[in-house]
Each structure stands twice: as C-alpha cells, then as structure tokens.
Design a protein around this ligand. Structure first.
Ligand code: ZN
Length: 141
C-alpha cells in the first residue's frame, strides 16, 4: 500500500454555520466548498491547508455517524477521521488490507465528497482511529 499524503482530516461539528467562522476568521482559512453527501447523511465544508484539506462534517440526520459521534462526545465536535491519499488507488489498497486480515467498513470503494473514491477501514483493526482511504485527486484510479 502506498500513501502519498494526508488527503484530509475529518472534524465533526454540531453546526457548520457556527464552525465555519472560526476556521475563516480565527485561522484565516477560506471555505472553498460546501457539499451534502446524502448517502452518508452529512453536510461537509472544505478548507485547503497545503496539500491537505480540513473537512468539517455536520450530520443531517440523528442516525448519521457524525451525529452519533457528537452525541458520544458529550455534544461537542472533534476529530472524527483521518483520510490518506492512496497513490495506487483505493481498490488496490482495500484488497491489500483485506489480504492482511484488516477489517473493512467498505468492501469496495464508494463515492465520497468531491466525487472521490473512498473507503473506510474498521476501527477494530486500526487501534481505534477511523481511517479513510481516499483516491488521490491528482491521479486517476
Ligand atoms: Zn473524509
């Protein structure tokens, strides 16, 4: 498996509307995209930091993974996942992980925000962190 860089860090927030001004006014970043990913029941906002992005995530339904994360975290947001850009594509990385007995949340790549192929590894196999494998936007998989 070959990781080219950290594609993004996913941060759960109770409200994008309340969180975006902190990232823009205090950290001086610029939100360049807001997107709803219906099948993940989230709304996302993106900020570029070097070649890495910050992905803010707000749940759009009480049964979304983000809403559950915030509920478990006492109603506060926090870092929810880290996404690596895969130099050789997501499907190859998943096949390799599975061949090494890593549990997968996604058996096959699916479309995430920005139309990129993504897949999640299961936290049971990653010592607790939620890890997303992401298509490198500069390459085609
Ligand atoms: Zn993500």
């Amino acid at each position: 498996m070959k990781i080219s860089h950290i594609e993004h860090v996913g941060i759960a927030v109770p409200s994008l509307e309340e969180a975006i001004p902190f990232y823009e006014n205090i950290l001086g970043l610029k939100c360049f995209a807001i997107e709803e990913v219906a099948d993940q029941k989230v709304k996302t906002a993106f900020f570029q930091v070097g070649q890495t992005k910050i992905e803010l995530l707000e749940g759009t339904s009480p049964d979304s993974a983000i809403s559950k994360f915030i509920e478990k975290n006492g109603g506060r947001g926090g870092i929810q996942h880290i996404a690596f850009a895969m130099a050789d594509g997501v499907a190859n990385a998943l096949a390799e992980a599975e061949s090494k007995d890593c549990k997968l949340i996604d058996k096959a790549p699916r479309k995430g925000a920005e139309g990129l192929n993504i897949a999640f590894l299961h936290p049971k196999s990653t010592c607790g962190a939620l890890i997303e494998l992401c298509e490198d936007p500069k390459k085609c998989n």
